[in-house]
Design a protein around this ligand. Structure first.
Ligand code: ZN
Ligand code: ZN
Ligand code: ZN
Length: 508
């Protein structure tokens, strides 16, 4: 489906076919005039704005129609039933929920706020996470990929002053006869940043295979960190804890556990790297899910040492491929440059809110930094983006497509639009913090109390259960005018909320 992200109007603005949308609806706009002016002149416009409020800022809302039933949890009695046919437009609007800023700025902003809350709660407590987590040893670590060939880069000397990209006195000719020197100081937005000095020398195959294997490398790294921490616990002579599970089973577990939250960032050269918060927790013998401080003998240095050791030693070789018969060796970058580990503390430069802000920022991005943005590619669209002799991103996509042609490597084709990376952009271990789900539910409850009316949704409270028997109508706004009106109202509401917050801060 072709989509227009600027106005968010779907090409299915007027779906046809039996039962797809009610023919008459209270407050429905029947004039079919595309202009915002026409909707604004409708006497029901305020009802309509209130109706679409939850999705108003979204560029591509999901429109649903059907019945929403409210049921008493205790008795199972039907308390109320609302048909969307009685609502403005005969449909309800739900935000698309896309996390990517490039797809939906409004939903990405919500996601970013949630990501911030989630990461921060894991470091400072709150949202149901005990405040004592602030005392646990925690580090902020960046895991970088190895080099796949020299690229244009921003460099700095020890004092932090910028120095040229790749200066050499003598010409430095590569096997293709390209002089791979560069005496420039690249600006932050220089389009050459991250692109190879010689495209033909660069190992595009190895890079997309690495992207593809990054989640597995991360998984093995967390296992190695855990092993190292357990060995340290043994060396410190700490006893293993006897824990009784809910089902009554008795087991002996190590006295420390790892919790983490991480985001994947796509670097300009088109390779993912990970920013992670890693925290050490203790183990409560009676409550396996409780988050308690680790034994006092453990410090932040033990955690940093475990991470550095794991990052330097974890490695594996992929299965063979006709293009790479020996397989590809997957490791983190050079130990001196590949990993950066810093303690998170309340008073240093690496504070919980800075770390949370940093992770939340990357959580709404995808491949934008590389200059390549597309949806999943297939046989019909691949030629638009892949070129063996083309630009850096074109060659990376070509590498995914070529290698992914082998039956054991099909996943590379599936994830060609992500340059081979098929992992999640933000993940966390179960006990690290609250969940996105919990933050979402809290927001919906807040929105209900704010607007004073129940927004039909599949969210429930303690005593009632709301069941939606809803079916998908279309995505996107019905008209450009609707998109403009709803987005403008949302932007104004946001500005008012921000102004009110600033005034409160100023008054405080
Ligand atoms: Zn959206
Ligand atoms: Zn350069
Ligand atoms: Zn070359």
């Amino acid at each position: 489906m072709a989509a227009d992200y600027t106005t968010g109007v779907s090409d299915q603005a007027y779906p046809s076919g039996p039962g797809l949308r009610p023919t008459t609806a209270v407050g429905a706009f029947v004039g079919r005039d595309e202009s915002a002016f026409a909707r604004a002149c409708d006497p029901q416009v305020f009802d309509w704005l209130d109706h679409v409020k939850a999705a108003a800022g979204c560029s591509h809302p999901i429109r649903l129609s059907g019945e929403v039933a409210t049921i008493d949890r205790a008795t199972g009695r039907l308390l109320a039933s609302v048909s969307t046919a009685d609502l403005p437009d005969g449909e309800i609007y739900k935000p698309c929920g896309n996390r990517r800023h490039a797809v939906c700025p409004s939903c990405a902003r919500t996601y970013q706020r949630d990501a911030y809350q989630l990461v921060r709660a894991g470091l400072a407590g709150g949202k149901g996470v005990p405040a004592t987590v602030a005392q646990h040893p925690a580090v902020f670590a960046t895991f970088t990929a190895p080099s796949f060939g020299p690229v244009h880069t921003q460099r700095a000397d020890r004092a932090g002053r910028p120095i040229p990209c790749r200066p050499r006195r003598q010409p430095d000719l590569c096997p293709h006869g390209v002089d791979i020197r560069c005496h420039q100081l690249h600006a932050d937005d220089a389009p050459t940043l991250g692109t190879p000095l010689c495209l033909d020398c660069y190992d595009h195959h190895a890079q997309v295979v690495w992207n593809h294997c990054a989640p597995e490398l991360w998984r093995r790294t967390t296992i190695a960190i855990t092993r190292h921490i357990r060995a340290r616990a043994r060396a410190l002579g700490l006893p293993w804890i006897v824990q009784v599970t809910d089902s009554g089973k008795v087991r002996r577990v190590p006295p420390v556990k790892l919790s983490f939250g991480k985001v994947a960032e796509m670097q300009r050269r088109g390779v993912v790297h990970y920013h992670a918060v890693v925290r050490l927790d203790g183990v409560d013998p009676h409550h396996p899910d409780a988050v308690i401080p680790p034994p006092a003998a453990f410090g932040v240095d033990d955690l940093a040492a475990a991470i550095a050791h794991a990052a330097a030693t974890v490695a594996f070789t992929t299965r063979p491929h006709p293009v790479g018969p020996a397989g590809w060796r997957i490791t983190w970058g050079d130990p001196d440059k590949g990993i950066d580990v810093r303690p998170v503390n309340a008073d240093g430069d690496i504070t919980d809110s800075r770390v949370a802000g940093y992770l939340a920022k990357y959580a709404t991005k995808s491949t934008e930094a590389t200059g390549h943005v597309s949806r999943r590619l297939d046989g019909d669209t691949i030629d638009l983006y892949a070129n063996e002799h083309g630009t850096h991103p074109e060659r990376l996509i070509d590498a995914c497509w070529t290698l992914g042609g082998h039956r054991d490597w099909q996943q590379l084709r599936r994830w060609a639009h992500m340059l081979g990376f098929g992992g999640h952009f933000l993940t966390k271990s179960r006990r690290y913090s609250v969940t996105f789900r919990l933050l979402r539910d809290a927001r919906i409850i807040w929105r209900r109390t704010e607007t004073g009316h129940e927004y039909p949704d599949q969210q429930n409270d303690d005593t009632t259960l709301i069941i939606g028997l809803l079916s998908y109508v279309a995505s996107g706004w019905r008209t450009t005018g609707d998109a403009l009106l709803a987005n403008t109202a949302a932007a104004m509401a946001r500005e008012r909320a921000e102004a009110a917050r600033d005034e409160l801060l100023a008054a405080a």
